[in-house]
Design a protein around this ligand. Structure first.
Ligand code: FAD
Ligand code: SF4
Ligand code: SF4
Length: 467
């Protein structure tokens, strides 16, 4: 038995982080893994709360105190069995969950002693499990005879595929891209999540019998897919980039964030593509979310002369993770808060941005703090490459799929029965960003798992009725 509650005598330590001056020249993940002694010691800081707020605030309700205790005791195989029982991709969440807003931000010892390093321990447990050969492909006892089609191989689609295969169903995953992972592959850069981590999962899922149809864009063939399978899951994410409608927006060298990040990720994967390079440029990224943070840090690594982030609210109101903002600042990114673009100017390509100073108004009745322009206060910012990172909306799926009966919300996301995950089309389910709107990987995993359970119930009843 190991003593827990060591938070009073042992300081919080995260795994080593590559120094900013070194890491800004490459795309490698910036955090190292714990060594066994450090993982055990950090896990033993947990006070084993009777009501664990870390677990309550983890979207997957991971049994955090128990796997921390097992790690502190060196019982890593059991720790892995426990952590993987509720999370399909613990090594990915350990790396890219915004822990400061979720589990760690709600750890009770945070008040005065700094939280337990939950994400880093979760990554350590799972990486140890891979190294020791404890992570095995799915082995089913018998085929159920049910056929499931999943559109989208992002975290929601893959988490659902994994669970549905465990129930013994034949699972077919369709994706328009050439690799699985969705935004984990072509959105999130390597310095947060190296791509072989995602590809390793793809190999396991294939070995477990899941069939992948990549380079397969689903559009008006949706009805044919529906006819081919007993149930369908739509997990297509949200990709319609929000735009800026200001003078000069059509000038050259102004890119949507996903075009920029996809090109960079493809280049790092060794694909032959037309690169969008920030090398030697004055880059301005517009936006304050995780996508904007990924763009500024990618531009730094591509050798930009200067990287500036324009955000219309202030630091306290940024949607991006505080940890990522700190990393970007260490890497030399300049943040201009309360600043919004008013016009792009230049010849063929952008040369400068006219920037409007903003201020936060007093809260309205709904608790929102609107941003308003400060009259007469603007300035120009040199810029020879601008990246728009203003968020994403859902594509018009009813039109794309030629399925006008597919009901959508006022935001264009798919409307589902919250308990059954079923859309307005019988046997067609939906999960992830396409239901929730742009969110997080951990929520996509949670929704994919929940939708899989609902689909299993649906096909089981359908099978019994048919028998
Ligand atoms: P996606 O990951 O978008 O996957 C959808 C899949 O569906 C894609 O593979 C796509 O090709 C496929 N598809 C779409 N349409 C079709 C079609 N018609 N036919 C066939 N296939 C189709 N979250 C975090 O938790 N941490 C982070 O650090 C983080 N960083 C992010 C950085 C960026 C740049 C972005 C854009 C997002 C980030 N997120 C982060 C959010 C996170 O990536 C998403 O919430 C999550 O990936 C959503 O999962 P999903 O499975 O719903 O959709
Ligand atoms: Fe924390 Fe995310 Fe892991 Fe949950 S899945 S314990 S929120 S890192
Ligand atoms: Fe341990 Fe913190 Fe969770 Fe309490 S809230 S169980 S101290 S990790």
């Amino acid at each position: 038995m190991t003593d827990m509650l060591k938070f009073t005598s042992t300081e919080q330590h995260y795994p080593a982080t590559a120094p900013a001056e070194e890491r800004k020249h490459d795309f490698k993940e910036i955090y190292a893994n714990f060594d066994p002694a450090a993982a055990a010691l950090q896990a033993s800081r947990c006070s084993q709360c009777g009501v664990p707020f870390c677990q309550i605030h983890c979207p997957l309700q991971n049994n955090i105190p128990d796997w921390l205790k097992l790690t502190a005791e060196g019982r890593l195989e059991e720790a892995y069995a426990m952590s993987s029982a509720t999370n399909t991709f613990p090594e990915i969440c350990g790396r890219i969950c915004p822990q400061d807003r979720l589990c760690e931000g709600n750890c009770v010892i945070e008040k005065g002693f700094k939280s337990v390093t939950i994400g880093a321990v979760e990554k350590y447990i799972t990486e140890t499990a891979f190294a020791e050969g404890w992570v095995k492909p799915i082995k089913i006892k018998r085929e159920s005879g049910v056929s499931i089609g999943i559109i989208g191989a992002g975290p929601a689609g893959l988490a659902a595929a994994d669970m549905l295969r465990r129930y013994g169903h034949a699972v077919y995953v369709y994706d328009r891209y050439d690799r699985v992972g969705g935004l984990m592959m072509y959105g999130i850069p390597n310095f947060k999540l190296e791509k072989q981590i995602v590809l390793r999962r793809h190999e396991l899922l294939k070995a477990g019998g899941i069939k992948f149809h990549l380079n397969h864009d689903v559009g008006n063939n949706f009805a044919a897919l529906r006819a081919r399978h007993d149930a369908i899951l739509i997990a297509t994410g949200v990709y319609k980039a929000r735009d800026i409608e200001i003078p000069g927006a059509a000038l050259g060298n102004i890119f949507p964030a996903m075009d920029y990040l996809t090109a960079s990720n493809r280049k790092n994967l060794g694909d032959k593509i037309t690169p969008i390079s920030a090398e030697g440029k004055n880059v301005v990224v517009i936006g304050g979310g995780d996508t904007a943070m990924d763009c500024v840090r990618t531009a730094v690594r591509q050798g930009a002369k200067k990287v500036t982030c324009l955000y219309r609210r202030d630091r306290a109101n940024m949607p991006g993770s505080a940890r990522e903002v700190k990393n970007a600042e260490e890497e030399g990114v300049e943040f201009m808060w309360l600043s919004a673009p008013k016009a792009f100017a230049g010849g063929h390509s952008v040369e400068e941005i006219l920037v409007q100073r903003m201020r936060l108004a007093t809260q309205d009745a709904a608790g929102r703090q609107p941003v308003i322009a400060v009259e007469g206060e603007h300035f120009t910012l040199p810029c020879d490459m601008a990246i728009k990172a203003l968020g994403f909306d859902a594509q018009d799926l009813p039109t794309l799929f030629t399925a006008p009966e597919l009901r959508v919300s006022t935001y264009g996301t798919l409307a589902v029965d919250r308990k059954k995950f079923m859309t307005s089309l019988p046997g067609v389910f939906a999960a992830g960003d396409i239901v929730r709107g742009a969110s997080l990987v951990v929520w996509a995993i949670k929704d994919g798992r929940d939708a899989a359970q609902a689909m299993h119930q649906y096909v089981t009843i359908k099978q019994r009725v048919a028998a």
